[in-house]
Design a protein. Structure first.
Length: 157
C-alpha cells in the first residue's frame, strides 16, 4: 500500500505538490483539517467557488492535482482507493482520475454528506510512471453555488 495522503505530515505520504489549472483562483485546499476526518488525525478540505466576487470565470472550470514528490512507478498496483464526502451533500465533482489520462477516470460524482469509499481500477491504465496521484475537475455549470468537500485516506493497493 502506498499513501498519497493519510494524515497531514504523515511520513508515508507521497503527495507533496498541489497543482491547479483552469480558473485557479476559484479553488482552494487545506490539507490539515482536524474536524470531521474519516480516519487518523486529519483530512483535506477542498473548496470550489466559481461565482465568488473576487474570482472571475474565464475558462468555466478548475482542476486540482495532488502531485507526488517524485514520479512513481505504479505498475504493480491494481487500484487507488479514497474516501470522500460533501459538506452538505449534492456537491459535484465532474471528473476524478489517476494520472492525466481519461482512461483511468471515475467520471462525475454527486457527493453525500457522509463518507463514501471510491476506487479506480488500474489494470488497463497507462500509469507506469506518473507524478499525478489524483486529479479532480470542477465545472462552473455543475457547481454554480460552489462546493466544499473532504478527502481522506487516499492510497494505491
Amino acid at each position: 500500500m502506498t499513501y498519497i495522503y493519510k494524515d497531514y505530515g504523515h511520513p508515508g505520504n507521497k503527495f507533496g505538490i498541489i497543482e491547479m489549472n483552469g480558473d485557479t483562483n476559484n479553488i482552494k485546499m487545506l490539507n490539515n483539517v482536524s474536524i470531521g476526518h474519516k480516519e487518523g488525525l486529519s483530512c483535506m478540505k477542498i473548496m470550489y467557488y466559481p461565482n465568488d466576487v473576487d474570482n472571475a470565470i474565464i475558462n468555466g472550470w478548475s482542476s486540482l492535482k495532488l502531485k507526488l514528490y517524485l514520479p512513481q512507478n505504479f505498475s504493480g498496483y491494481t487500484k487507488i482507493i479514497f474516501w470522500i464526502r460533501g459538506e452538505v451533500g449534492g456537491e459535484t465533482i465532474d471528473s476524478i482520475r489517476v494520472g492525466t489520462s481519461e482512461k483511468n477516470e471515475l467520471g462525475s460524482l454527486i457527493l453525500r454528506n457522509t463518507w463514501e469509499q471510491y476506487e479506480i481500477g488500474l489494470e488497463s491504465l497507462e500509469i507506469n510512471l506518473t507524478d499525478t496521484g489524483l486529479m479532480m475537475i470542477f465545472e462552473a455549470d455543475s457547481n454554480p453555488q460552489g462546493s466544499i468537500f473532504y478527502l481522506d485516506d487516499v492510497h494505491f493497493v
